[in-house]
Design a protein around this ligand. Structure first.
Ligand SMILES: Cc1cc2nc3c(=O)[nH]c(=O)nc-3n(C[C@H](O)[C@H](O)[C@H](O)COP(=O)(O)OP(=O)(O)OC[C@H]3O[C@@H](n4cnc5c(N)ncnc54)[C@H](O)[C@@H]3O)c2cc1C
Length: 472
């Protein structure tokens, strides 16, 4: 960026919201990319030249005009809790930190919440519960994570055992995006059109408003059950996951020693045991506890799920928080995001354990994927070098385990690229110059002009049958 660029920028925002100090540039250019030793090595030196902090939609529009006019790369930031370097500005330029645009506007009588892009999921959950609703699914980072960051970068989480991934069942009711053009347009996408920008890492439009469908509120209870071995824990959890008479939000299984890294829970979790974590309807907790005992399990932690939080919350140790706890104990560990077969998972586990032993530790998150209860997984794996990590991914594929690779920093290889190519077509329309998060969508050639191509129709973006990988 030139001095003239900075001078023009100074006219758009007060100085305290135009950040150039090295330390703050560093923290606002980063996310949890360091989960991956590969991304840690490749992205550590990538920094924005400036971070801007708009507080109104009008300011966003004028900053977008400025970026377009001066051909400045623009990377969007919600809360920066992504773990794939999604919001790291690999081509420098400007990071737009949207954190201040966090209003929750309304909840309709049929349970649709309308919010600004950086409304925190934790705040939405709190407000929704006050009016008899709750989020259908949310990431384990929900306290901090923004709703647009979840839509652009996340995939599902707590609640996905009932409602599927974020992309399923109409959970995202609409996304309104601002285009990156000389004169930015607002485009409201609903129905299958949301797939143009959902999970596109902010490469093809600036999400300025989100509508999510909520679920009726349930009072939840938490239960941890220890089993002598992983197969006992898996069998029991799978049976509960498939039992529709239980209302549930969380069905997680860990092989030992993963639970050994959950330091605040160790007073409850017996050493050396596989453990399952459940969140089920509070009035079903006793029935689940009895069933766990009958299956040979030891119900070692039972508590209501309280929000705001009081005491231990099991979901803080699930999804990609599991990886965080494991990494704290042993920095040579990292993770994969896998989909095991709903019918062949046990033989796939045996094949992986035979080949990699304790270098491939099983962490299962059951999800409803396309209506089928599926053992998604975020296994904790040992990293030695890139070649061995790649070998693990290839071995998974060879035995029918799908992998959404979390060690790459571009969309096409990350496991969520859609066969209908809707995201690339949308980029041609909404960011023809290729200024949004450049480098993250590789199969795109910047256009010489803003002249948008043919508008997308719904048949361009029919919901694809999603891969059964879990990404977090
Ligand atoms: C410990 C841990 C646990 C996690 N668990 C889960 C989990 O259970 N499930 C899950 O899905 N994810 C999980 N994640 C990943 C991440 O926390 C979530 O996806 C979260 O919702 C991201 O929200 P954010 O506001 O932090 O997004 P950011 O990290 O700020 O951004 C994510 C992506 O969205 C883009 N973006 C942000 N705002 C906009 C906007 N307004 N318009 C367009 N693009 C935008 C960014 O450019 C970036 O590409 C986890 C991460 C960690 C570190």
């Amino acid at each position: 960026m030139t001095t003239a660029d900075f001078t023009a920028l100074a006219e758009l925002l007060p100085a305290e919201r135009v950040i150039t100090a090295a330390e703050r540039l560093e923290s606002l250019s980063r996310d949890f990319y360091w989960y991956s030793p590969v991304l840690k090595r490749d992205l550590s030196d990538k920094l924005a030249e400036v971070v801007v902090q708009p507080t109104t939609r009008d300011e966003v529009v004028s900053l977008v005009r400025w970026a377009h006019q001066r051909r400045i790369p623009l990377t969007l930031r919600g809360a920066g809790t992504g773990n794939y370097g999604q919001c790291i500005p690999t081509h420098r330029g400007m990071v737009m930190d949207l954190a201040a645009l966090d209003t929750i506007h309304s909840i309709s009588s049929d349970g649709i919440v309308t919010c600004d892009p950086a409304a925190r999921l934790g705040a939405i959950e709190r407000v929704a519960r006050q009016s008899g609703w709750e989020l259908r699914c949310y990431p384990s980072t929900y306290v901090k994570a923004s709703v647009a960051g979840f839509c652009a970068g996340g995939s599902g989480g707590i609640g996905s055992i009932e409602w599927g991934a974020l992309r399923e069942n109409g959970t995202v009711h609409s996304l309104t995006v601002l285009t990156l053009e000389a004169e930015p347009r607002e485009v409201r996408l609903s129905g299958p059109d949301i797939f143009q920008v959902l999970h596109a890492w902010g490469t093809n439009g600036i999400i300025i408003e989100v509508e999510l469908r909520l679920a009726p509120k349930t009072d939840w209870g938490q239960l941890a059950v220890a089993f002598d071995d992983f197969s006992g824990a898996f069998d029991f959890t799978e049976a509960i996951a498939r039992n529709d008479s239980f209302r549930k939000r969380l069905t997680t299984v860990f092989e030992w020693p993963i639970p050994g890294s959950f330091v605040p829970l160790l007073k409850w979790l017996p050493s050396g045991k596989a453990v399952t974590f459940f969140e089920v309807a509070d009035d079903q907790l006793q029935r689940l506890t009895d069933a766990a005992r009958a299956a040979g399990g030891d119900p070692c932690f039972v508590a209501p799920f309280s929000e705001p939080r009081r005491g231990a919350q099991l979901s803080d140790y699930t999804w990609n928080h599991t990886t965080l706890w494991a990494l704290k104990q042993d920095p040579s560990l990292t993770y994969l995001q896998c989909g095991f077969s709903p019918t062949e998972a046990r033989s796939q586990f045996r094949a992986l354990k035979a080949r990699y032993g304790s270098d491939f530790l099983l962490h299962i998150e059951f999800v409803r994927s396309g209506g089928i209860i599926t053992p998604g997984a975020i296994p904790v794996v040992r990293y030695t070098d890139d070649e061995r990590l790649q070998g693990m991914i290839e071995f998974c594929a060879s035995i029918g385990v799908s992998v959404a690779n979390p060690h790459v920093n571009f969309l096409e290889a990350s496991g969520r690229w859609r066969p209908d190519d809707a995201k690339r077509k949308a980029k041609e329309l909404y960011d023809p110059r290729g200024l949004l998060n450049p480098g993250k969508m590789r199969d795109f050639t910047p256009q010489a002009s803003d002249n948008p191509g043919t508008p997308l129709t719904q048949k361009d973006c029919l919901p694809a049958a999603g891969p059964q990988t879990v990404s977090a």
